[in-house]
Design a binder for this molecule. Structure first.
Ligand SMILES: [Fe+2]
Length: 348
């Protein structure tokens, strides 16, 4: 688990990473967050009279068995985010006026997630208020921040990632509403129009609004795939921006676990199975690895069947491997974290 602590500069060593930008008395950035505290950096900061710095520390992961899992973000923050996105999508005068509110929302999300002792995405995090599009953008923003944190990204990347998640589908404001709201299969021509939301989003964000290029790239590339079978360009593997790869997984996972007009939601464990099956072809395996660390695919109390034929109920979640919980059965309690030869095969 990664935490942030303030240390005096004489305690700094090369193995520590700066958690925040270090600025001088005029507010000018001397060294960026994410920089390792090498000897020359420490000397440079000392020369500028810096006495303390904030660093990220990573302690070895240890398991905790949880009998309850809290929501990722508070109901108040979520409601504020949905309203912010509703305003942004409905007001066609321009996205620029809404960006400060979105930044505020992402700051709150990062603040709330940083306070969590165990960063886990539980099923109760998928409740959506408002229209699908706004709720989806909020979920993708929150999930992307959580995935970025699980991957140990620097704060600046996580912040940009959250904004990119909120805005990834903004290009849909230029796709006819009757196509987006259609409750049956799209014609090939309609699908071609929907695909354009990626380049529409890029144009609005980068060319018309001049936001950070990474945010615009997340809008452009979140449907690209490592195997080159995505859209709009079908660019493969290393050409997809690393942050767009994270939004791609958050986007698909959230779409799968949410009710749509043309199909009901898919249970979280099945959605996670689909994400895992797409590692390396549809999704970046490094992102999938992080997702497996934090998504809790079973409700506490849900009835499950193991591959030895035993049925039982999920009793506690193992934070180290949320997909391998502690299961109560008639024969006794089975901790799947330790019983590696057993696995859940169905929710019954
Ligand atoms: Fe999209």
């Amino acid at each position: 688990m990664t935490s942030i602590k303030e240390i005096s500069l004489d305690q700094a060593t090369g193995s520590l990473i700066l958690a925040d930008d270090v600025t001088n008395v005029h507010g000018q950035v001397l060294v960026n967050a994410g920089t390792p505290l090498r000897r020359e950096i420490i000397a440079f900061l000392a020369k500028h009279g810096i006495a303390t710095v904030k660093v990220r520390t990573t302690s070895p992961a240890k398991n905790t068995e949880l009998s309850t899992v809290t929501n990722l973000i508070s109901a108040g923050t979520r409601l504020k985010m949905v309203q912010t996105m509703q305003n942004a999508f409905r007001n066609h005068s321009g996205i620029a006026a809404h960006l400060p509110y979105m930044r505020e929302c992402i700051d709150e999300v990062i603040g709330e997630l940083s306070m969590q002792e165990n960063l886990l995405i539980y099923l109760s995090d998928i409740r959506q208020q408002g229209g699908y599009l706004y709720g989806h953008c909020v979920d993708v923003g929150v999930f992307a921040v959580a995935f970025g944190m699980a991957m140990g990204l620097p704060r600046d990347d996580i912040y940009v990632l959250g904004l990119g998640g909120l805005l990834h589908d903004y290009g849909k404001t230029r796709v006819p509403g009757e196509i987006l709201e259609k409750n049956c299969r799209l014609t090939p021509d309609e699908f071609e129009q929907v695909k354009k939301h990626t380049s529409f989003g890029y144009n609005i964000l980068r060319i018309e609004t001049h936001v950070d290029s990474r945010i615009a790239l997340m809008a452009l590339q979140h449907h690209e795939r490592p195997d080159g079978r995505g859209y709009p360009w079908g660019i493969g593997d290393d050409k997809i921006h690393p942050l767009a790869r994270i939004v791609a997984v958050a986007d698909v996972y959230d779409a799968l676990i949410t009710d749509r007009v043309y199909r009901p939601r898919i249970p979280a464990h099945e959605a996670l199975g689909i994400i895992n099956a797409g590692a390396g072809t549809q999704f970046d395996p490094k992102v999938v690895e992080a997702v497996n660390k934090i998504i809790v695919p079973y409700y506490i109390g849900s009835a499950v069947k193991l591959d030895n034929g035993t049925t039982g109920a999920v009793l506690r979640i193992n934070t180290l491997e949320p997909a391998r919980p502690v299961v109560w059965t008639r024969e006794g309690i089975i901790n799947l974290l330790r019983e590696r030869n057993l696995q859940i095969v169905a929710v019954v």
